[in-house]
Design a protein around this ligand. Structure first.
Ligand SMILES: [Zn+2]
Length: 228
C-alpha cells in the first residue's frame, strides 16, 4: 500500500510568482484531473493517519500563498478535490520572507477559514518558518505550539504538520507527537509507503516544469531507474 503525496507551493498564471515553485492553474487542473480519471481517492494530509486504500493521492501546498488560494483552490473546488495548505502563523495575510529574491503575498485568515469550510485542510507549518533542525527542543516546541494555538483561535483545526524546508531531527518528531500531531510531511522525493512513519512522510515536489508527463515520470519511473 502506498500514497502519492504531492508538494506544491504557488499556483499562478503570472511570471511575478517566480518560476521555481509556481505552477499554472491549468497545470494543477491537469494533474488533479489525471488522478480523478484513474480512480484515485483524494485525501487531506490529516486523513493519512487512518489506513490507506490502494490508490491514494494527497495534494499539499506549502506556505499558504495568496496565489494558491486565489488561483489553485478554485481549480480543486471545481473537481471536488480537497487540498491541504500549510500556513505560517506569524505571517498569515502578510508577505513571505524565506525567499528574499521573491517575496510573495500570503493568504489571510478569512481566506484560510473559508478554504477550510469548503473541505480543505489548513495545517501547521510552524509560527515563523525556521529550520527546525537548527533550533533547541524548547524553540521547536514553541514554534509548533504557538502556531497550533493561533490556528485554533481562528477556528482552524490543523489535521497535520509540515516541516519548513523539509528539515527536522529526532527532537522535532518527538515534540510533534507530544503536541498531538499524528501526521507530519517531509520531502524525501518519493511515494509514501504504508510502513513509513506517519510523522515523517515523504512527498514529491512539483515545480514549474512539471507538465503531466514529467510528474508521472517523477512518481512512477524515476524511482525504478534509481533502484537500477
Ligand atoms: Zn515552507
Amino acid at each position: 500500500m502506498s500514497a502519492i503525496i504531492l508538494c506544491y507551493h504557488k499556483v499562478g498564471p503570472k511570471i511575478e510568482e517566480g518560476r521555481r515553485l509556481n505552477v499554472s492553474p491549468g497545470r494543477l487542473r491537469s494533474h488533479a484531473s489525471y488522478f480523478k480519471r484513474k480512480g484515485y481517492r483524494f485525501v487531506r494530509a490529516g486523513d493519512l493517519a487512518q489506513s490507506w486504500s490502494e490508490k491514494t493521492v494527497c495534494f499539499s501546498f506549502d506556505d499558504a500563498y495568496w496565489s494558491t488560494v486565489e488561483w489553485g483552490l478554485p481549480e480543486l473546488d471545481r473537481l471536488g478535490v480537497p487540498g491541504t495548505l500549510y500556513a505560517v502563523t506569524s505571517l498569515v495575510g502578510k508577505t513571505s520572507n524565506w525567499d528574499p529574491s521573491c517575496p510573495r503575498p500570503l493568504a489571510g485568515w478569512d481566506a484560510l477559514v473559508s478554504a477550510q469550510a469548503r473541505g480543505h485542510e489548513i495545517g501547521n507549518h510552524t509560527h515563523s518558518h525556521r529550520r527546525m533542525s537548527e533550533l533547541t527542543a524548547e524553540e521547536q516546541l514553541s514554534e509548533i505550539r504557538i502556531a497550533d494555538e493561533m490556528l485554533r483561535e481562528h477556528g482552524i483545526t490543523p489535521g497535520s504538520f509540515c516541516y519548513p524546508y523539509g528539515a527536522y531531527d529526532d527532537t522535532t518528531v518527538e515534540v510533534l507527537g507530544e503536541c498531538g500531531y499524528g501526521v507530519g510531511l517531509a520531502l524525501n522525493k518519493r511515494v509514501a509507503a504504508a510502513t513509513d512513519q506517519r510523522l515523517v512522510l515523504p512527498r514529491i515536489v512539483v515545480g514549474y516544469s512539471d507538465a503531466l508527463p514529467m510528474l508521472l515520470y517523477k512518481i512512477y519511473l524515476r524511482p525504478r531507474l534509481r533502484r537500477g
